[in-house]
Each structure stands twice: as structure tokens, then as C-alpha cells.
Design a protein around this ligand. Structure first.
Ligand SMILES: [Ca+2]
Length: 196
């Protein structure tokens, strides 16, 4: 009983202090205009909506589910890291090549997508040197990006090019950041031109 009283004696002043502080805080907020006026609420909601849409754009992948062909795959201990992980829309799953260079990755889209941007989401075992090609018909290929000294991953490489109807994406992986590893990517992302 004695200790309970002691506890109340110790806590009560703090609690009382909070109660006394609350009206002061409320008055302070009103005085400094922290609470937004009614007419300001709508623009704030628009802002939140725009931020949400931007997030969706960041994760939109027009290459999701496309057919993937790779020169090799190195499955991890759980039998994971298959080629499909490159276009599964999951930023945490990855593909890994055999521990050798060079390697190739090719995506074939079901239908052409107007785009001017590809984002490569590399795992730690990134490519130091690689080349990106795109195709509008799946037969002829144009080089749109060459990297000669990429850093250790994880890293994100953005590839920009003149807008075109992309039907295929091909990566020539030429040199690894570490010769003891393979090449590993979480995702190959094709940003549709319609995206703002
Ligand atoms: Ca993935």
C-alpha cells in the first residue's frame, strides 16, 4: 500500500502536468495557425493523392510478366532466384546468373509499349560493365545504354532513350563488380510513356 501511494505521488504530478499542458498546446496551435483553415484541406488531399500516384508510377512495370530468357541461372540454397523474378513485380525477389561472364537477359513483351525509360534494380552483385538494347519488333536491336564502370550494388540505374514502341529488352552483362559472384537483379522495370 505504501509503495502504491509512493507510485501515485511520483506519477500524479507528471500526469497533472500533461493535463495542464494540453490546453496550452491547443491554444498555441490555434494561435500559430497549425490547424489548417477549411479551404486549405482540399489542396492537402490533392497533394497526398499526387504522392500516392507518384508511388504507383515508381512501381509500374510495363514489362511485368513478359517472357524472360537468360543465358544462365544460379539458384540459391532455397532453389530461388529464377529468371521470372526479374518481372514478377516483387522488389525483393531476384534473379542471379552463373558465376561467370558474359551473360545475357532478354525480355519479350506480349505487345509493344511506348516508353523512353527502363530502370534496372541491381542486387549487391551488380554489373560493372553492361549494355542495354531495345527492340520494336523483336528482331532488330538498338543500343540505348552503355555502362563501363558501375559501382557495387544494390543500386538503381535509370536508362533513358528516345520514346519508341518497345517490344523487347536485352541486357549484355559483360563484367561483374566481384569475380567471385554472378550478376544479380531484383527487377527490370519498363516505365510506360503514359506515366506522368
Ligand atoms: Ca523481383
Amino acid at each position: 500500500m505504501r509503495s502504491y501511494v509512493a507510485y501515485i505521488a511520483r506519477v500524479a504530478p507528471r500526469f497533472a502536468g500533461t493535463l495542464m499542458l494540453a490546453p496550452v498546446l491547443a491554444i498555441g496551435c490555434a494561435a500559430t495557425g497549425v490547424r489548417p483553415p477549411a479551404e486549405a484541406i482540399e489542396p492537402l488531399e490533392d497533394e497526398a493523392q499526387a504522392a500516392a500516384e507518384q508511388t504507383n508510377v515508381e512501381f509500374a512495370n510495363a514489362a511485368a510478366g513478359s517472357r524472360v530468357t537468360v543465358s544462365s541461372t544460379s539458384l540459391d540454397a532455397e532453389g530461388e532466384s529464377p529468371p521470372e523474378a526479374l518481372v514478377d513485380g516483387d522488389p525483393l525477389t531476384r534473379w542471379s546468373s552463373a558465376y561467370a561472364e558474359p551473360q545475357t537477359v532478354e525480355l519479350a513483351l506480349d505487345r509493344p509499349v511506348a516508353s523512353s525509360r527502363i530502370v534496372l534494380h541491381w542486387e549487391t552483385a551488380a554489373a560493372r560493365e553492361y549494355r542495354v538494347e531495345v527492340s520494336t519488333d523483336g528482331e532488330t536491336w538498338a543500343t540505348v545504354h552503355e555502362m563501363e564502370d558501375g559501382a557495387l550494388g544494390p543500386r538503381t540505374d535509370e536508362v533513358k532513350f528516345e520514346v519508341r514502341e518497345v517490344r523487347g529488352i536485352r541486357l549484355h552483362l559483360l563484367r561483374r563488380v566481384n569475380p567471385d559472384w554472378g550478376f544479380s537483379l531484383y527487377q527490370i522495370q519498363l516505365i510506360p510513356e503514359a506515366a506522368p
